[in-house]
Design a protein around this ligand. Structure first.
Ligand SMILES: *[C@@H]1O[C@H](CO)[C@@H](O)[C@H](O)[C@H]1NC(C)=O
Ligand SMILES: *[C@@H]1O[C@H](CO)[C@@H](O)[C@H](O)[C@H]1NC(C)=O
Length: 426
């Protein structure tokens, strides 16, 4: 027995030393406020901040040797927006309850986990959180100030990179703009025009009216099969998302998140989603400020939540739905028609929604994995091509046509008079 007692004493001694060495920080696993990298913010699915994932300013993809850009065609998602009406009504209430419960867990009930508790800075930030009272129902899904900046700078970068096509100033025959019938896409168009032409001149720019039905920018709204398929997650308990929600990985993640927040029971998926939505929205609205509810998640947990979103979109608006590419045929033929025509307009820009961007990517064959994502292959798909974090606010696809010009300066006489189309994200 003596050796065992000795072992226990040694172990205790070691533990005391460990605790002493770590001082107040004992047993915290992750501290969002101390994390200077915050890699997880690039994995916020369709609510990712564009500025954090766009190509860097040093990107040179737009420079094609011996070629000048002659046509520009853009399909852009609207910028950062507010939540929809039901979220604006429900989220603040739900979040307040969760905030109070977490504070209670830590300071009254004293139920934080022995290992992996939240750090004091994170708790303090969470304690000080309140819903911005300016965000009310009447602004449902409206473009935010950051959303305006997103599109304005998209316009500025487009003009700078493709100055040969954009020229200077607004000539009505040369430009064509169109947006869907929503405040957020209309405001996105206006912000983009402001980036191109400046505030004053952009007032003169008028977009082409949306058609009804709008098969170009919202074809999925007029397709019963698409609607039917979209409801699959409600109907079929064996859809990939539903299987994933029941998996040990997902339920274990919910348990980890709940425990870390001091709960002794499992939060519901809806509660976890409310926390994550608040985290993502507030990060997107004020990109340089840490977002209080993001303290509730570690990077690994975010990757699991991201995967759940990816699964749900993949089988609705991407490769997992058989008619995705057919639905994008109007946009595709519009693009080809404009790029092959020698006539004006030379700049075409459309403002739409994430679904249309996803469908168009499928039609282009972009971001396709050889293995579809499924409920059971998360560990193998970590470096996958398809992820909705690549469809952030302001996600866009630009197709640029280049005209070959022989390089006289270096004496190369090439007679090839070809064209080249480059797909890029600005
Ligand atoms: C609400 O809007 C007003 C006026 O624009 C502004 O002064 C105030 O700071 C806003 N409140 C919050 C919490 O952002
Ligand atoms: C929470 O969910 C996990 C994973 O399913 C389970 O192991 C655990 O027992 C649940 N906890 C409670 C308190 O129900």
């Amino acid at each position: 027995m003596v050796p065992r007692v000795l072992q226990v004493i040694l172990l205790l001694h070691w533990l005391v030393q460990l605790i002493a060495a770590q001082g107040n920080t004992c047993c915290e696993s992750y501290c969002y406020n101390d994390d200077t990298e915050r890699k997880q913010v690039k994995h916020f699915a369709t609510k990712t901040v564009y500025e954090l994932v766009r190509a860097p300013d040093t990107d040179r993809q737009h420079i094609v040797p011996n070629c000048v850009p002659v046509k520009f065609w853009l399909l852009s998602r609207h910028g950062t927006r507010l939540p929809g009406k039901s979220d604006i009504i429900e989220l603040p209430k739900q979040l307040k309850l969760l905030q109070d419960a977490i504070m209670d867990n830590y300071f009254t009930r004293r139920t934080p986990p022995d290992n992996g508790r939240m750090c004091d800075e994170d708790l303090e930030m969470l304690r000080n959180w309140h819903w911005d009272p300016n965000i009310t129902e009447q602004y449902d899904a409206h473009l935010t100030e950051q959303g305006w900046e997103d599109l304005k700078y998209l316009g500025l970068r487009a003009k700078e990179k493709y100055w040969q096509v954009f020229g200077t100033g607004y000539q009505p025959s040369k430009f064509m703009f169109r947006h869907t019938k929503t405040q957020r896409t209309e405001a996105s168009f206006k912000a983009f025009a402001e980036g191109l032409f400046g505030r004053e001149e952009s007032q003169r720019v008028s977009p082409s009216p949306a058609t009804d039905p709008d098969l170009l920018l919202k074809p999925y709204d007029y397709c019963p099969d698409f609607e039917e398929n979209k409801k699959r997650d409600e109907r079929d308990e064996n859809s990939e998302v539903n299987k994933f929600l029941r998996s040990a990985l997902f339920t274990g993640t919910v348990w980890d998140i709940s425990q870390r927040l001091g709960f002794r029971h499992n939060l519901s998926v809806a509660q976890v989603e409310a926390l994550w939505d608040a985290c993502r929205y507030e990060q997107a609205w004020r990109i340089s400020r840490p977002s209080p509810f993001c303290t509730a998640f570690t990077e690994d947990q975010v990757r699991v939540l991201e995967y759940k979103e990816d699964l749900s979109y993949y089988y609705r608006t991407s490769y997992g739905y058989a008619h995705s590419q057919d639905l994008a045929c109007h946009a595709m033929s519009d693009m080809l028609r404009h790029l092959t025509s020698r006539d004006d307009p030379s700049v075409v820009a459309y403002f739409t929604h994430d679904s249309e961007i996803q469908l168009m990517l499928v039609a282009l064959g972009a971001k396709r994995d050889s293995t579809p994502i499924r409920a059971d292959n998360f560990p193998f798909m970590r470096n996958r091509q398809y992820t909705t974090s690549d469809i952030p606010f302001t996600a866009n696809i630009a197709a640029v046509k280049y005209q070959y010009v022989s390089d006289v300066a270096v004496g190369k006489a090439r007679s090839y008079n070809g064209h080249f189309v480059s797909y890029i994200s600005l």
